[in-house]
Design a protein around this ligand. Structure first.
Ligand code: CA
Length: 183
């Protein structure tokens, strides 16, 4: 919903000026909220392409504390910070600046980010993404991070004893899959 010419971008001293600037650019219809389409048109990956629908919806869902399908400036700043952190990690391991990282570098990157994933699991991920070169591009990396973050968060909420194991009902499992656009 546009409120015409009297739009005032949300201002708050708790939100960094960079995130406020970004928010104002991304919020094209000046509704004060960002939906997944707006996010998608704002995020350009390393090769000048947009992130997928799924990745953008997943990001919105992940940070949408109010289940509104949109994010406000506070939620946006969290996404903004995550993406910047992820890009920073990617750059650390993409030492030749090719925009791609190899399987071993991906393993190191995930370890640095606190995802405890076995080499076997990462091997199967990379094979699925790029069967020939076994490399991951910057946008594929961001999408992976979003999906891992979303699914890890779902898991953590259920892993009440924090022992790395959850018991899940069939329908709860399906709901996770739907919420995270796996099915
Ligand atoms: Ca908007």
């Amino acid at each position: 919903m546009s409120n015409g010419g009297d739009y005032n971008p949300p201002q708050n001293t708790q939100v960094s000026p960079q995130a406020q600037q970004w928010f104002a650019m991304v919020d094209r219809d000046r509704s004060g909220k960002i939906n997944s389409e707006e996010l998608q048109s704002a995020l350009i990956n390393g090769r000048g392409q947009k992130f997928s629908d799924n990745a953008c919806k997943c990001m919105i869902n992940m940070f949408d504390d109010h289940a509104s399908g949109t994010i406000d400036i506070y939620e946006f700043e969290k996404i903004y910070n995550y993406i910047n952190q992820w890009l920073q990690v990617f750059k650390t391991y993409d030492q030749d600046g090719s925009g791609h990282i190899k399987e071993g570098e991906l393993t190191q990157a995930f370890t640095q980010m606190g995802f405890a994933l076995s080499p076997e699991f990462i091997n199967s991920l990379v094979k699925k993404i790029d069967p020939n070169n076994k490399e991951v591009s910057v946008d594929q990396f961001i999408v992976l991070c979003v999906q891992l973050q979303c699914l890890t968060e779902e898991f953590r909420q259920r892993d009440t004893q924090q022992n790395g194991t959850i018991t899940i009902s069939y329908e709860d499992w399906l709901e996770i899959a739907i919420r995270n656009h796996i099915i």
